[in-house]
Design a protein around this ligand. Structure first.
Ligand code: SAH
Length: 222
């Protein structure tokens, strides 16, 4: 059993590594430095929890690599009080990072057993996330609009439902809603950031490549 002090030092080294690798948003770095990633993986993987790698969480799914979480969060740029929807709850780690940044987090997961386990982990750590089982490619219309939506599985395209549930720039005097989504094929996906400037007006910026587990659903699945 590794003691908490060991994890604390490893977590700090992970933050240093994120910084070296180009994550320059101090709020994101502080959140990575706060969330106990070792609590989101099963016992056998705990010693590796602060390596910059994806790890298995059962049902052929993975907890995303810390760099990927940091990168997506940096693009999403959640402000305290922002309403953020995550598609693909998985381990709950990304949701916890968003909570640490003061966002109101909603998250959808299609695997019910995984969601049940994650719900109890998030609750035991005191993270308040509104969770739902289902197909996240359809979004969560009853809770829209969102200031940000982050998709943590690889898509073939940005689902129309998600684009339509973003806040329009200027609504309630707030900035444009952002959708952060990896888009590509089974081998690799390019990170895309959409900003909703008007009813049907989106700005899209593509950046670097990643490899995610596939998004499976009605819109934009792989
Ligand atoms: N954000 C997670 C990463 C999990 S991996 C974390 O921090 O650990 C991606 C997750 O997306 C998997 O758990 C998978 O089951 C889920 N997923 C795939 N397609 C989905 C869909 N259409 N709706 C909801 N969840 C989906």
């Amino acid at each position: 059993m590794l003691r908490d002090g060991v994890f604390d030092r490893r977590r700090q080294r992970l933050v240093d590594k994120m910084r070296e690798n180009g994550i320059n948003d101090e709020r994101v770095l502080a959140a990575i430095g706060s969330v106990h990633r070792h609590r989101f993986v099963e016992g056998a993987f705990r010693p590796r929890a602060y390596e910059d790698e994806a790890l298995p969480i059962g049902m052929k799914q993975t907890i995303s690599q810390p760099f990927t979480v940091a990168y997506q969060t940096m693009l999403l740029n959640p402000r305290p009080g922002d309403r953020i929807l995550e598609i693909g709850t998985g381990s709950g780690y990304q949701a916890a990072v968003l909570c640490e940044m003061g966002a109101r987090v909603f998250s959808i997961e299609r695997h019910r057993p995984l969601l049940a386990r994650t719900r109890s982990i998030l609750e035991s750590l005191g993270y308040r996330v509104v969770l739902r089982a289902g197909d996240g490619t359809l979004g969560w219309a009853a809770q829209a609009p969102f200031d940000g939506i982050v998709v943590t599985a690889g898509a073939s395209e940005a689902p129309e439902a998600l684009l339509q549930q973003l806040r329009i720039e200027g609504e309630d005097d707030k900035p444009a809603g952002r959708l952060v989504i990896p888009v590509g094929d089974h081998r690799a996906q390019t990170m895309n950031l959409y900003r909703r400037l008007g009813e049907d007006d989106y700005e899209r910026t593509a950046s670097r490549n990643f490899k995610f587990v596939p998004l499976i659903g009605k819109q934009g699945g792989l």
